[in-house]
Design a protein around this ligand. Structure first.
Ligand code: HEM
Length: 481
């Protein structure tokens, strides 16, 4: 059995006793054990993620089931049967670290693949679209979904006021307030890249792609009342479900698909593929299967492995490139920046984040340079000990021209088309449209009369019947408050 010591390894005879003078006298500054313990305790908390603070995760692997080497030369897809280990983290978005897993919210669906050519991260959601298509809006949107700066309360007025004044969000709002806004568990939900990425070949050829990760457990949801009840009984229900299921050997799996568009098709395609508020309809761009993702191991230590895991859409590998989607481009900056603040400059050296192979001796020093700091290796491109460089791939040839402008995607009629489609899809399953109206009305009834009125107008543009049914239900709920 190991001996209990101070942090510098000095054996401690009684870990539960402070040193003091006599029976009732003051304590001694020389009691390093007590100071060591308290000072470390005082620093236990690190900043929680600014969004997606509450989450759970596990390890697993990804196996290629279908050959896609005709469109992508990434090593991870090199042959059918190729297996890559990974870690996932699932999360809610708006709540704090202690908030309920059952909250109505999009869910984060992150995967870090430890490939031979670096870590590739999927930082996806369980919804195929998002609220914004201009990244400058992200902090502003999030402020309205979190707490009011004065009352420190969640605020239905600012929540709906934001959506009324930024109606490009309507498609995502339709998903959020359907029962898909309250998944049954993390195992029972899909993941979507949302963004367009590029799959590339060594010769410079590329395709635009989107990734869909479909749960094999069934895409199951909770009603508003079920979610509220479960949240009261067990705010950590989804965390518990994931841990316990894996612990008893019942490993959840997901099937991975891609949608593929050739660059030549873009001009003819109805939807702007760099607009995150739109899907690529599967009738136009069918799903192509790629592989199977299985979760089969829990973390040993939540803080070390799940709290400290650091995902970024900028963590790409040869064969995968970012598209020109402006929200994706902004995210490439934001994640690592946030992690330098949350975890420190050398966050990539934390064991859970370490790539299988990394050689980066020009990045030196900084807080917690824990991997040996590259010893005596040159910290510049030295002719005495050059680093070896891989054979370059032919660059993908995309040409962009134009002047520097403040771009603005105006909201047009086209922005309601897919939202109307979502409403019609809900109509195919008995009760789903009624649930949607109940879910919105029970939230919107907390907003003031003006905000409620504008919101009815927004939903009327999706569907006239939806607008009037929602108004009736919300006004009834508001009267009852
Ligand atoms: C401009 C838009 C966005 C910005 C600036 C942004 C920024 C951030 C930041 C700073 C974090 C915390 C990272 C950390 O501390 O580790 C985060 C977490 C996350 N974001 Fe975003 N985000 C944006 C849009 C999106 C979109 C569109 C998606 C999904 C398609 C998404 C999915 C996630 C997920 C899943 C996490 C949690 C990652 C984890 O499990 O650690 N975000 N985001």
């Amino acid at each position: 059995m190991s001996v209990y010591t101070t942090s510098n390894g000095n054996p401690v005879f009684n870990p539960e006793a402070a040193q003091r003078i006599g029976t009732n006298g003051p304590l001694l500054l020389q009691d390093f054990h007590l100071i060591d313990l308290l000072a470390h305790f005082d620093r236990e908390r690190i900043p929680e993620r600014v969004v997606h603070a509450k989450g759970a995760g596990a390890y697993g692997d990804f196996v290629v089931t279908h050959d896609i080497t005709d469109i992508c030369d990434a090593d991870i897809f090199s042959h059918v049967g190729k297996t890559t280990s990974l870690i996932t983290r699932f999360s809610t978005v708006g709540g704090e670290k202690g908030s309920a897993d059952t909250a109505r919210d999009p869910r984060g669906f992150s995967v870090k693949f430890f490939t031979e050519e670096g870590n590739w991260d999927w930082v996806f959601n369980n919804t195929p679209v998002f609220f914004i298509r201009d990244p400058a809006l992200f902090p502003l949107l999030i402020h309205t979904q979190k707490r009011n700066p004065q009352t420190n309360l969640k605020d239905a007025d600012i929540f709906w006021d934001y959506f009324n004044t930024h109606q490009e969000s309507i498609h995502q709002v339709m998903t959020l307030f359907s029962d898909r806004g309250t998944p049954r568990s993390y195992r029972h939900m899909n993941g979507y890249s949302g963004h367009t990425f590029k799959f590339t070949k060594r010769d410079g050829n590329f395709k635009h792609i989107q990734i869909h990760v479909k749960t094999d457990q069934g895409n199951e949801t909770l009603t508003n009342d079920e979610a509220a009840e479960l949240g009261k009984q067990d705010p950590d229900s989804h965390t518990r479900d994931l841990f316990n299921t894996i612990n008893k050997g019942d490993f959840p799996t997901w099937t991975v698909y891609i949608q593929v568009l050739d660059p030549s098709e873009i001009g003819r395609f109805r939807w702007n593929i760099f607009d995150l508020t739109k899907v690529w309809p599967q009738a136009d761009v069918p799903l192509r299967p790629v592989g199977k993702l299985t979760l089969n191991r829990n973390a040993e230590n939540y803080f070390a492995e799940i709290e400290q895991v650091a995902f970024s859409p900028g963590h790409l590998i040869p064969g995968i490139e970012a598209s020109a989607d402006p929200v994706l481009q902004a995210r490439i900056f934001s994640y690592a920046d946030s992690q330098r603040h949350r975890l420190g400059t050398n966050y990539q050296q934390i064991p859970v984040n370490q790539p299988l192979h990394a050689l980066n001796p020009y990045q030196r020093d900084g807080f917690m340079a824990i991997n040996g700091n590259y010893g005596s290796k040159p910290n510049y491109p030295s002719s005495f000990e050059p680093v070896s460089l891989p054979t370059p791939w032919t660059p993908t040839n995309e040409n962009w021209t134009g002047s520097a402008v403040n771009f603005k995607f105006e909201v047009t009629e086209e922005d309601y088309v897919q939202a109307t489609g979502s409403w019609n899809v809900l109509g195919r399953t008995p009760g789903q449209q009624d649930n949607f109206i109940f879910n919105v009305s029970s939230h919107l009834s907390g907003a003031n009369q003006t905000v409620r009125g504008t919101t009815y107008g927004m939903f009327t543009k999706v569907d006239r019947d939806l607008g009037s049914r929602l108004e009736a239900a919300t006004e009834r709920a508001a009267e009852a408050l």
